[in-house]
Each structure stands twice: as C-alpha cells, then as structure tokens.
Design a protein around this ligand. Structure first.
Ligand code: AMP
Ligand code: MG
Length: 394
C-alpha cells in the first residue's frame, strides 16, 4: 500500500499554480496576490491633522492660556494653499492639510471652540496631533507581497494606494460530482434502499472554506457512461474535479470503470483509515486534475483534508504540505489498525483531545460533532489514556 505522504507528494508534484489574472479589486477577495504592490505616493500623501481643532505655531501657545485670532477654516479635502503667520491660528478638521507655518494642532477639547478668536487652555508641543506624510507608507514602498491571501484589509490597502485592478491567482474552480445509484437529492422523499446525497454538499463547502470556488455538479448513478458524459460537460468550467464514490473493490464502480481506460488517473490503496481507496490524475484536453475520493462520507472528508486542500493551496501559489497539527493528550485509550495511519474523529479542547465514540467511516453525524482528527501512526496499534498524540484541528 502507498503511504499517505507519498500519495500527497505525488499530487503536489502534479498540480500547478493557476495562471495569474487581472481582476477588479472588488473581485479579489480570497484570491492570492500574483504581484508585489507598491504605493505610488506616500501615505498619508501630505501632513494633515489627526483631530478637529486649531492649527497653531507651538511657540504661540506655549504660554497658554492664550487667546488668538482665527483667520479661517481648513476642511478635509481643501487643496488650497493655507498658511498662518505668527500669532494667528486656523480651525482645522481631521484629515485636512496642515497650513504652512503651523507646527501643531490644538484639539478643540483644549479650547473654548471660538470661531473668530479662540481661547487655548493648554500648550501643544510641536508635532502634536499631526499625521506626517509617509508615516504609514513611503512612496515606492511595497505594501503587499506576491503570495498574500487577499482579505478585506488587503482590499482596503489596494484601494488606499490607488489601485482599481490587481494581478491575482484566481480561486480555483472546483467541480464536485457524486456517484451512487442510491443517492437522492436532499429535500426530496427517500425511497427504499436509498440515502440522501451529502458528499457533494460537504465537499463543495470544504472547497469554499479552502479559498476556492466549489460547484456541485450533483450526483449521477453508477453508470460509467452517465458519469463520463457529466464529467465531460463539467470540465469546461473546472480547474479541478472532485468525485465521490465508485472507486472501491466492488462491482458498479463507475468512476474507476470510466477513468481507468484513459490511463491518466491512477487508482490505488493508500495506507490510511478511513479513506483507503484513492485515485488521482488528470482528465480532458486541458489535463484538469481530478481527485476521486471514496464515497463513505467520513472517508471523503478526511481525504479532502489530507490531499485536496493542500493541492488547492498549491494551485493558488501558496506553500502547500500536509495539514498543520498540534500536540495534545488523549483522554481515552485508542486502537488503530496495524500498517495504516488512522485519523480518529475527536474533540480537541486546549491541551486534551477526546475521541468521539462512533468511528465508522459512514458515521457522518459523529464527524459533524468533532472538531479535530487524532493522527495515529502506521506502526502504532494502541495508545493508553494520557498518551501525547498529534492532532489535526478541523
Ligand atoms: P462507494 O465509495 O461508492 O462504494 O460508497 C461507499 C459508501 O458511501 C456507500 O455506503 C454509499 O452509499 C456512501 N456514499 C457514497 N456516495 C455518497 C454521497 N454522495 N453521499 C452520502 N453517502 C454516499
Ligand atoms: Mg457507490
């Protein structure tokens, strides 16, 4: 059997970062920056007031309380050249440019608020309440580096340095296709021998949570031709495909039956539990990566975490590897099969981790009640309560 690490290494060696694309900054949320972004101007672009108050010469208010004539107002947005001479002040608003000659702002709270003359009760030292040009960013400084994930604050600074468009690696578009003659759309009645289809919903959501675009292609029956036709129709909009089901050892395994003859997708057993039957390869003229995950819901979820999520990071040009782990002390004894790495659904609570009681790969409710996976190495078959274990937080 292939190890989990070798399977992931093969996937990461095969996937490529998506080609960069210029997008409107409004559309960049969740994408990864594909260029360094520098500011063409200093930020702030000019010295301006940090408060509503009066622009003064500090030396004129050193002997406060003093009363001085107010020669005008400077509001935010004023582009005119304002100046004050000795013994004079202007009112000034937050964000307004400092008048020439002024070297401090006296907050309105330190004054009587006068408009013709103002009584200033406290001295202000030079530079008081002034935001200096360039104190956030100097002209030419890089504010965001290639490889940064674009969140709301990153969109803010893109706009703040005057950008309307930006070069990004787009969120990969991932089509999720379930297979199984037993599958019924949730929201419709359940016939005998049938179950509601859950994997495509779960996996499409996992894709979105991983920063990519997840599209449900719904589900097909166990007919390999129907599977292949649906896959072909979906490929035009896919940077990657995830399938669920139809890759085990039984009969009626449409994914395996349809893709094996292509010779571009490899089906194999990976030494893990849950999730042993795995397939990966490329399909279509554009050689779109395809992950054929096992159908048991917990298996497909764990497979996503271990293999698909890192691949989606690589496709976004982000550093990619096995999921990050933490260490914790297990609160109950554990059993694990010889020769397989197991991923036990568990509740991580600070320094301790408790396996949940139902560990079957079909027990999706137990997964939904878990927040972590305990990783038990291949050569370990049991662990006592109190053992330190590696845990993947979910
Ligand atoms: P398979 O991998 O197709 O042999 O399916 C393994 C098990 O997972 C079977 O019990 C299926 O009914 C179940 N299963 C497969 N696909 C789904 C799905 N999309 N949603 C829920 N259960 C599924
Ligand atoms: Mg099936």
């Amino acid at each position: 059997m292939k190890s989990v690490d070798r399977h992931l290494a093969g996937i990461l060696a095969a996937v490529r970062p998506l080609a960069p694309l210029e997008v409107e900054i409004e559309a960049a949320l969740g994408a990864v920056l594909a260029e360094d972004v520098a500011s063409p101007v200093p930020l702030p672009p000019f010295d301006n007031s940090a408060m509503d108050g009066y622009a003064v010469r500090a030396e004129d208010v050193a002997a406060a309380p003093v009363t001085l004539p107010v020669i005008g107002d400077v509001a935010a947005g004023d582009g005119g050249l304002n100046a004050i001479g000795p013994g004079l002040v202007t009112r000034i608003m937050t964000g307004a440019p400092m008048p020439a000659g002024a070297d401090a702002v006296v907050p309105v709270e330190w004054t009587d608020g006068g408009t013709a003359r103002v009584r200033i009760d406290r001295p202000a030292s030079p530079g008081n309440a002034i935001r200096r040009a360039g104190e956030d960013v100097r002209a030419g400084d890089v504010v965001l580096r290639e490889g940064a994930r674009i969140g709301p604050a990153q969109i803010g600074i893109l706009a703040g340095v005057g950008r309307r468009r930006v070069l990004v690696r787009p969120r990969p578009r991932v089509v999720v296709l379930s297979t199984g003659a037993e599958l019924t759309e949730p929201g419709t009645p359940l016939g005998a021998g049938r179950i509601w289809e859950s994997n495509s919903f779960m996996l499409a959501a996992a894709v979105r949570e991983a920063g990519a675009e997840g599209f449900r292609a719904g589900s097909v029956t166990d007919d390999p031709k129907e599977f292949m036709d649906t896959l072909d129709a979906q490929l035009v909009r896919a940077d990657a495909v995830i399938t669920s089901g139809g890759v085990s050892m039984g009969a009626y395994e449409p994914v395996k039956e349809a893709l094996s003859p292509l010779g571009t997708v490899t089906f194999e057993k990976v030494a893990m539990q849950p999730g042993m039957p795995q397939g990966f390869g490329v399909v279509g003229p554009d050689r779109v990566p395809i992950f054929t995950l096992p159908g048991n819901p917990v298996s497909s979820f764990v497979s996503f975490v271990l293999f698909v999520k890192p691949a989606l990071r690589a496709m976004q040009g982000l550093p990619a590897g096995p999921p990050p782990t933490v260490r914790a002390v297990v609160t109950a004894p554990l059993r694990s099969p010889e020769g397989k790495r197991s991923y036990l659904r568990s509740m991580l609570n600070g320094q301790t981790v408790a396996p949940v009681t139902r560990q079957g790969s079909h027990q999706l409710a137990a997964l939904a009640g878990a927040n972590a996976l305990i990783v038990v190495p291949e050569d370990v078959t049991s662990l006592p309560e109190g053992a330190e274990v590696e845990v993947i937080p979910l």
